[in-house]
Design a protein. Structure first.
Length: 89
């Protein structure tokens, strides 16, 4: 073993990585699956936040347009939204 070899300390026992450990493959698989699961969970959470934000934006836009008093006012509001890129632009 040279000084450049990395050491592994997963359960408190320091082992050389070349030492064959029957649990090492299971640990690698578990870590990989855990990382995939967490990544998937974060993606679903991001998608949920995005859909929630879109629903809020749509509701506020509809409320803003519903306040129009007549057709020219509605058209003016729609042009304003298009120019500004929405209510928050």
């Amino acid at each position: 073993m040279t000084d450049r070899d990395t050491m592994y300390e997963g359960d408190g026992i320091i082992r050389h990585p070349a030492v064959s450990d029957p649990m090492a493959e299971y640990e690698r698989r578990a870590r990989r699956l855990r990382a995939l699961y967490i990544g998937s969970l974060l993606n679903r959470l991001f998608d949920w936040f995005e859909s929630l934000a879109q629903a809020v934006w749509r509701r506020r836009t509809e409320q803003y347009l519903a306040q129009a008093t007549d057709l020219p006012d509605l058209e003016r509001r729609m042009r304003r939204l298009e120019r500004r890129g929405g209510l928050f632009g």
